[in-house]
Design a protein around this ligand. Sequence first.
Ligand code: FAD
Length: 235
Amino acid sequence: MVRTQRITPRMARITVGGPQIEDFAGAGTDENVMLYLYEPGAELPEPLTLESARVAMSRVRPYMRTYTIRRHDPAANEIDFDFVLHGDHGPASKWASNAKPGDEVIFVGPSPAYQPNPDADWHLLIGDETALPAIGAIMQALPTAEIKAFVEIEDAAEEQDLDVVWVHRNGVPAGSPEPLVKALEAAEFPQGRPAVWAAGERQVMQAVREVLVGRGVDRASVRPASYWRLGHAGS
Ligand SMILES: Cc1cc2nc3c(=O)[nH]c(=O)nc-3n(C[C@H](O)[C@H](O)[C@H](O)COP(=O)(O)OP(=O)(O)OC[C@H]3O[C@@H](n4cnc5c(N)ncnc54)[C@H](O)[C@@H]3O)c2cc1C
Protein backbone atom coordinates (compact mmCIF):
# COMPACT_ATOMS: atom_id res chain seq x y z
CA MET A 1 0.00 0.00 0.00
CA VAL A 2 1.32 3.40 -0.98
CA ARG A 3 -0.73 5.87 1.02
CA THR A 4 -3.91 6.36 2.95
CA GLN A 5 -6.06 9.43 3.28
CA ARG A 6 -9.21 10.21 5.25
CA ILE A 7 -11.31 11.85 2.54
CA THR A 8 -14.28 12.37 4.88
CA PRO A 9 -14.71 11.38 8.53
CA ARG A 10 -16.19 7.98 7.54
CA MET A 11 -14.31 7.25 4.30
CA ALA A 12 -10.67 6.16 3.91
CA ARG A 13 -8.97 6.26 0.52
CA ILE A 14 -6.37 3.50 0.31
CA THR A 15 -3.96 3.75 -2.60
CA VAL A 16 -2.15 0.60 -3.65
CA GLY A 17 0.60 0.49 -6.22
CA GLY A 18 3.77 -1.01 -7.51
CA PRO A 19 5.00 -3.19 -10.34
CA GLN A 20 2.66 -6.04 -9.32
CA ILE A 21 -0.29 -4.14 -10.77
CA GLU A 22 1.44 -3.27 -14.05
CA ASP A 23 -0.69 -5.80 -15.93
CA PHE A 24 -3.93 -4.88 -14.24
CA ALA A 25 -6.57 -4.51 -16.94
CA GLY A 26 -9.07 -1.96 -15.69
CA ALA A 27 -12.57 -2.36 -17.06
CA GLY A 28 -14.01 0.98 -15.91
CA THR A 29 -17.26 2.01 -14.19
CA ASP A 30 -18.20 -0.19 -11.22
CA GLU A 31 -15.49 -2.83 -11.57
CA ASN A 32 -14.53 -4.38 -8.27
CA VAL A 33 -12.09 -6.85 -6.79
CA MET A 34 -11.97 -9.33 -3.92
CA LEU A 35 -9.39 -8.12 -1.44
CA TYR A 36 -7.52 -10.47 0.90
CA LEU A 37 -7.08 -8.59 4.16
CA TYR A 38 -4.94 -9.88 7.04
CA GLU A 39 -4.91 -9.12 10.75
CA PRO A 40 -1.98 -6.93 11.78
CA GLY A 41 0.96 -9.10 12.78
CA ALA A 42 -0.21 -12.12 10.76
CA GLU A 43 2.73 -14.20 9.53
CA LEU A 44 2.38 -13.75 5.80
CA PRO A 45 4.05 -15.95 3.18
CA GLU A 46 6.90 -14.30 1.32
CA PRO A 47 6.49 -13.12 -1.32
CA LEU A 48 2.77 -12.55 -0.77
CA THR A 49 1.03 -13.56 -3.99
CA LEU A 50 -2.40 -15.02 -4.66
CA GLU A 51 -0.78 -18.42 -5.05
CA SER A 52 1.26 -18.29 -1.82
CA ALA A 53 -1.77 -16.87 0.01
CA ARG A 54 -3.88 -19.83 -1.12
CA VAL A 55 -1.24 -22.33 -0.08
CA ALA A 56 -0.96 -20.67 3.35
CA MET A 57 -4.75 -20.39 3.78
CA SER A 58 -5.08 -23.11 6.43
CA ARG A 59 -2.41 -21.38 8.56
CA VAL A 60 -3.19 -17.73 7.98
CA ARG A 61 -6.68 -16.97 6.75
CA PRO A 62 -7.50 -13.58 5.25
CA TYR A 63 -10.84 -11.81 5.40
CA MET A 64 -12.13 -11.62 1.85
CA ARG A 65 -14.15 -8.56 1.01
CA THR A 66 -15.27 -6.92 -2.23
CA TYR A 67 -14.30 -3.31 -2.98
CA THR A 68 -14.67 -1.06 -6.00
CA ILE A 69 -11.85 0.43 -7.98
CA ARG A 70 -12.45 4.14 -7.48
CA ARG A 71 -9.51 5.14 -9.70
CA HIS A 72 -6.98 3.22 -11.74
CA ASP A 73 -3.98 5.14 -13.03
CA PRO A 74 -1.97 2.81 -15.31
CA ALA A 75 0.77 5.42 -15.84
CA ALA A 76 1.46 5.72 -12.12
CA ASN A 77 0.61 2.05 -11.45
CA GLU A 78 -1.85 3.07 -8.77
CA ILE A 79 -5.33 1.99 -7.71
CA ASP A 80 -7.54 3.81 -5.21
CA PHE A 81 -10.11 2.03 -3.04
CA ASP A 82 -12.52 4.04 -0.88
CA PHE A 83 -13.46 2.17 2.30
CA VAL A 84 -16.51 3.12 4.36
CA LEU A 85 -15.45 3.16 8.01
CA HIS A 86 -18.54 1.71 9.65
CA GLY A 87 -16.84 0.47 12.83
CA ASP A 88 -14.30 -2.01 14.11
CA HIS A 89 -16.86 -4.86 14.13
CA GLY A 90 -16.21 -5.11 10.38
CA PRO A 91 -12.73 -6.56 9.70
CA ALA A 92 -12.39 -4.65 6.42
CA SER A 93 -13.50 -1.39 8.00
CA LYS A 94 -11.07 -1.95 10.88
CA TRP A 95 -8.28 -2.87 8.47
CA ALA A 96 -8.81 0.35 6.51
CA SER A 97 -8.85 2.57 9.57
CA ASN A 98 -5.51 1.15 10.75
CA ALA A 99 -3.83 0.66 7.34
CA LYS A 100 -0.47 2.33 6.78
CA PRO A 101 1.94 2.66 3.86
CA GLY A 102 3.94 -0.53 3.35
CA ASP A 103 1.09 -2.86 4.44
CA GLU A 104 0.66 -5.69 1.98
CA VAL A 105 -2.63 -6.36 0.23
CA ILE A 106 -3.57 -8.69 -2.59
CA PHE A 107 -6.73 -9.05 -4.62
CA VAL A 108 -8.53 -11.09 -7.25
CA GLY A 109 -10.27 -9.39 -10.15
CA PRO A 110 -11.55 -7.22 -11.61
CA SER A 111 -15.17 -8.10 -12.18
CA PRO A 112 -16.86 -7.12 -15.43
CA ALA A 113 -18.07 -3.54 -15.39
CA TYR A 114 -21.55 -2.01 -15.77
CA GLN A 115 -22.56 -1.41 -19.36
CA PRO A 116 -25.44 1.08 -19.39
CA ASN A 117 -28.17 0.51 -21.96
CA PRO A 118 -27.14 2.78 -24.85
CA ASP A 119 -30.80 3.35 -25.79
CA ALA A 120 -31.79 4.82 -22.42
CA ASP A 121 -33.00 8.43 -22.33
CA TRP A 122 -31.22 9.20 -19.07
CA HIS A 123 -29.18 7.58 -16.30
CA LEU A 124 -30.36 6.97 -12.76
CA LEU A 125 -27.70 6.05 -10.17
CA ILE A 126 -28.69 5.16 -6.61
CA GLY A 127 -26.77 3.93 -3.60
CA ASP A 128 -25.39 4.41 -0.13
CA GLU A 129 -21.79 5.35 0.63
CA THR A 130 -20.52 1.84 -0.23
CA ALA A 131 -21.77 2.53 -3.76
CA LEU A 132 -20.25 6.00 -3.89
CA PRO A 133 -16.91 4.85 -5.36
CA ALA A 134 -18.81 3.09 -8.16
CA ILE A 135 -21.19 5.99 -8.70
CA GLY A 136 -18.23 8.39 -8.93
CA ALA A 137 -16.47 6.14 -11.44
CA ILE A 138 -19.65 5.59 -13.50
CA MET A 139 -20.30 9.35 -13.64
CA GLN A 140 -16.79 9.90 -14.96
CA ALA A 141 -17.19 7.19 -17.58
CA LEU A 142 -20.64 8.13 -18.88
CA PRO A 143 -20.98 10.55 -21.75
CA THR A 144 -22.59 13.88 -20.99
CA ALA A 145 -26.04 12.27 -21.12
CA GLU A 146 -28.49 13.31 -18.45
CA ILE A 147 -27.51 11.74 -15.12
CA LYS A 148 -29.40 11.83 -11.83
CA ALA A 149 -27.68 10.29 -8.84
CA PHE A 150 -28.99 9.81 -5.29
CA VAL A 151 -26.48 8.88 -2.61
CA GLU A 152 -27.35 8.15 1.00
CA ILE A 153 -24.73 9.25 3.51
CA GLU A 154 -24.53 9.85 7.25
CA ASP A 155 -24.54 13.67 7.16
CA ALA A 156 -23.16 16.73 5.35
CA ALA A 157 -19.58 15.95 6.45
CA GLU A 158 -19.64 12.88 4.16
CA GLU A 159 -20.39 14.83 0.98
CA GLN A 160 -17.78 14.62 -1.77
CA ASP A 161 -17.21 16.85 -4.76
CA LEU A 162 -19.74 15.13 -7.02
CA ASP A 163 -22.90 16.39 -8.69
CA VAL A 164 -25.37 14.12 -6.89
CA VAL A 165 -28.40 14.52 -4.62
CA TRP A 166 -27.06 13.86 -1.12
CA VAL A 167 -29.56 12.03 1.06
CA HIS A 168 -28.61 12.48 4.72
CA ARG A 169 -29.58 9.75 7.16
CA ASN A 170 -29.80 12.34 9.93
CA GLY A 171 -29.54 9.77 12.71
CA VAL A 172 -31.51 6.97 11.01
CA PRO A 173 -29.25 3.86 11.20
CA ALA A 174 -27.48 2.70 8.03
CA GLY A 175 -29.41 -0.13 6.40
CA SER A 176 -32.85 1.47 6.93
CA PRO A 177 -34.85 2.00 3.74
CA GLU A 178 -36.59 5.30 4.71
CA PRO A 179 -34.00 7.89 3.64
CA LEU A 180 -33.58 6.70 0.05
CA VAL A 181 -37.22 5.68 -0.32
CA LYS A 182 -38.44 9.14 0.76
CA ALA A 183 -35.92 10.90 -1.47
CA LEU A 184 -36.86 8.82 -4.51
CA GLU A 185 -40.59 9.19 -3.92
CA ALA A 186 -40.21 12.97 -3.83
CA ALA A 187 -37.69 13.31 -6.68
CA GLU A 188 -38.49 14.81 -10.05
CA PHE A 189 -37.42 12.47 -12.82
CA PRO A 190 -36.66 13.51 -16.40
CA GLN A 191 -38.95 12.26 -19.18
CA GLY A 192 -38.21 8.96 -20.88
CA ARG A 193 -36.71 5.64 -19.97
CA PRO A 194 -33.81 5.54 -17.50
CA ALA A 195 -30.88 3.14 -17.36
CA VAL A 196 -30.77 2.27 -13.66
CA TRP A 197 -27.70 1.34 -11.61
CA ALA A 198 -28.29 0.85 -7.89
CA ALA A 199 -26.33 -0.75 -5.05
CA GLY A 200 -26.35 -0.76 -1.28
CA GLU A 201 -27.78 -2.68 1.66
CA ARG A 202 -29.84 -5.65 0.49
CA GLN A 203 -33.24 -4.75 1.95
CA VAL A 204 -32.84 -1.08 1.17
CA MET A 205 -32.24 -2.02 -2.46
CA GLN A 206 -35.38 -4.18 -2.52
CA ALA A 207 -37.36 -1.17 -1.25
CA VAL A 208 -35.70 1.09 -3.83
CA ARG A 209 -36.72 -1.32 -6.57
CA GLU A 210 -40.38 -1.18 -5.49
CA VAL A 211 -40.35 2.64 -5.41
CA LEU A 212 -38.94 2.81 -8.92
CA VAL A 213 -41.40 0.25 -10.26
CA GLY A 214 -44.18 2.23 -8.54
CA ARG A 215 -42.96 5.29 -10.41
CA GLY A 216 -43.31 3.49 -13.73
CA VAL A 217 -39.78 2.24 -14.29
CA ASP A 218 -39.77 -1.15 -16.02
CA ARG A 219 -39.19 -3.82 -13.31
CA ALA A 220 -36.84 -5.85 -15.51
CA SER A 221 -34.54 -2.86 -15.91
CA VAL A 222 -34.11 -2.36 -12.13
CA ARG A 223 -31.60 -4.88 -10.81
CA PRO A 224 -29.98 -3.37 -7.73
CA ALA A 225 -26.83 -5.00 -6.39
CA SER A 226 -26.62 -6.11 -2.78
CA TYR A 227 -23.32 -4.63 -1.54
CA TRP A 228 -23.88 -5.57 2.10
CA ARG A 229 -26.49 -7.10 4.34
CA LEU A 230 -27.50 -5.68 7.69
CA GLY A 231 -26.42 -8.07 10.48
CA HIS A 232 -24.41 -10.33 8.18
CA ALA A 233 -20.64 -10.43 7.63
CA GLY A 234 -19.77 -10.00 3.98
CA SER A 235 -17.43 -11.86 1.70
C1 FAD B 1 -19.45 -5.44 -5.77
C2 FAD B 1 -19.23 -4.74 -4.44
C3 FAD B 1 -18.51 -3.57 -4.38
C4 FAD B 1 -18.31 -2.92 -3.15
N1 FAD B 1 -17.57 -1.77 -3.10
C5 FAD B 1 -17.37 -1.15 -1.91
C6 FAD B 1 -16.55 0.02 -1.83
O1 FAD B 1 -15.96 0.49 -2.80
N2 FAD B 1 -16.40 0.63 -0.60
C7 FAD B 1 -17.01 0.12 0.53
O2 FAD B 1 -16.84 0.69 1.61
N3 FAD B 1 -17.78 -0.99 0.48
C8 FAD B 1 -17.95 -1.64 -0.71
N4 FAD B 1 -18.71 -2.78 -0.76
C9 FAD B 1 -19.37 -3.23 0.48
C10 FAD B 1 -18.42 -3.99 1.41
O3 FAD B 1 -17.88 -5.11 0.73
C11 FAD B 1 -19.25 -4.45 2.63
O4 FAD B 1 -19.74 -3.34 3.33
C12 FAD B 1 -18.48 -5.37 3.55
O5 FAD B 1 -19.45 -6.13 4.26
C13 FAD B 1 -17.57 -4.66 4.53
O6 FAD B 1 -16.84 -5.63 5.24
P1 FAD B 1 -16.47 -5.49 6.77
O7 FAD B 1 -15.45 -6.56 7.03
O8 FAD B 1 -16.12 -4.08 7.10
O9 FAD B 1 -17.80 -5.83 7.55
P2 FAD B 1 -18.52 -7.29 7.66
O10 FAD B 1 -17.67 -8.24 8.44
O11 FAD B 1 -18.89 -7.74 6.29
O12 FAD B 1 -19.84 -6.96 8.46
C14 FAD B 1 -19.82 -6.75 9.87
C15 FAD B 1 -21.10 -6.03 10.26
O13 FAD B 1 -21.09 -4.73 9.71
C16 FAD B 1 -22.25 -4.49 8.94
N5 FAD B 1 -21.85 -3.66 7.77
C17 FAD B 1 -21.17 -4.04 6.67
N6 FAD B 1 -20.99 -2.98 5.84
C18 FAD B 1 -21.57 -1.92 6.44
C19 FAD B 1 -21.72 -0.55 6.09
N7 FAD B 1 -21.22 -0.04 4.96
N8 FAD B 1 -22.38 0.26 6.94
C20 FAD B 1 -22.88 -0.21 8.12
N9 FAD B 1 -22.78 -1.50 8.50
C21 FAD B 1 -22.12 -2.34 7.68
C22 FAD B 1 -22.76 -5.87 8.54
O14 FAD B 1 -24.15 -5.86 8.35
C23 FAD B 1 -22.36 -6.72 9.73
O15 FAD B 1 -23.33 -6.64 10.73
C24 FAD B 1 -18.88 -3.46 -1.97
C25 FAD B 1 -19.59 -4.66 -2.03
C26 FAD B 1 -19.77 -5.30 -3.26
C27 FAD B 1 -20.53 -6.61 -3.31
